[in-house]
Design a protein around this ligand. Structure first.
Ligand code: HEC
Length: 107
């Protein structure tokens, strides 16, 4: 009888853990996913945004500045060769998460 109860508790704990796991996966701006998001920028802006091939470095830029520039690219307020297209691929939430990540990176 006691053993059966323990199995039941274990099943509930497992179910709870699975739910927590799913929520984390669904939320793409969860901390462990932000570096994957930011990796989309590395091709041009260098690993962790530290600049490459003459393109601007994102590392160490103020979070607010990055968000503002991404919005300017999105709206067309700032002229761009590439970033007007790239910026449209990300939600405000994703941009904010990436901006916070790049702000923390070393130049
Ligand atoms: C295909 C190359 C490419 C990729 C990928 C790319 N960028 Fe850019 N980025 C540029 C270029 C080129 C510029 C200069 C503006 C322009 O001509 O579009 C720029 C400029 C910027 C600027 C302005 C920097 C400043 O000093 O004012 C920000 C912010 C920025 N990019 C953020 C990002 C973020 C965030 C990502 C990833 C989601 C990203 N970029 C991905 C090419 C790229």
């Amino acid at each position: 009888m006691k053993k059966k109860m323990m199995t039941g508790v274990a099943a509930i704990v497992c179910a709870l853990m699975a739910t927590v796991g799913q929520n984390a996966a669904a939320q793409s701006t969860a901390p462990q996913n932000v570096k994957y998001l930011a990796a989309n920028c590395a091709n041009c802006h260098g690993t962790n945004g530290a600049g490459s091939q003459g393109l601007p470095s994102l590392a160490g830029l103020k979070k607010e500045y990055i968000i503002e520039q991404m919005n300017n690219f999105k709206s067309g307020a700032r002229e761009a060769t590439l970033m007007h297209q790239i910026s449209k691929g990300y939600t405000d939430e994703q941009v904010a998460a990436m901006a916070a990540f790049f702000e923390q990176q070393k130049k």
